[in-house]
Design a protein around this ligand. Sequence first.
Ligand code: GRF
Length: 216
Amino acid sequence: MSAEEDKSVQFPVGVLISGRGSNFMRIHQAQLAGRIAGHIACVISSRPDAEGLAYAREHGIPSYVLPAEVMRREDAFAETLIGWLQQHHVQLVVLAGFLKKIPDAAVQAYAGRMINIHPALLPAFGGKGMYGRRVHEAVLDYGCKVSGATVHIVTAEYDAGPPVLQKCVPVLEDDTPDTLARRVLEVEHELLPHAVDLFARGLVEVRGRRVLIRQA
Ligand code: GRF
């Protein structure tokens, strides 16, 4: 297959992580299995001890750690991040459990080409401080009958960009935050690789707040 025919060669993806990195690994596994177009060109972590980094190293994926002192300065953070992404000709930035606020300059540089996965049905249970276990606790505290996952475009405001993909899961009567988190994570693992594939195949059109998915 020539480079022109192989869509994955033409669509480098940059993945940002802060911890476990299971969403990142699922994208990579989908890529290795040939289930999606696009390929992970680099992984960038906000923490040196993120478990996902070990996976990246084992699989020969270029990986970077953002130093804490760089992330403290918005301009240095943006410059470093954009620099690494450009070095790998990244076309789509995927926030997969990345816990730092992306500097505005980087959001603008990748406007419409940066996505995040959130473990609830936005706009419910999103925003600053709403991450990880807290989201599932809030869903249960509210008494919701459904939860789910949202892949959305990243904008300047936390979790406020237009949804690209959403999928529900039921909330069961004996759910704890942990059991609900596991059920939602399964859906995240399905949605995020699918979103990467849609972008890589040029099937996503952002029209204001409506994200249109064209049929292949
Ligand atoms: C996921 O639940 C994701 O929705 C949230 O952080 C978690 C990351 O998990 N933003 P992992 O690091 O991909 O395993």
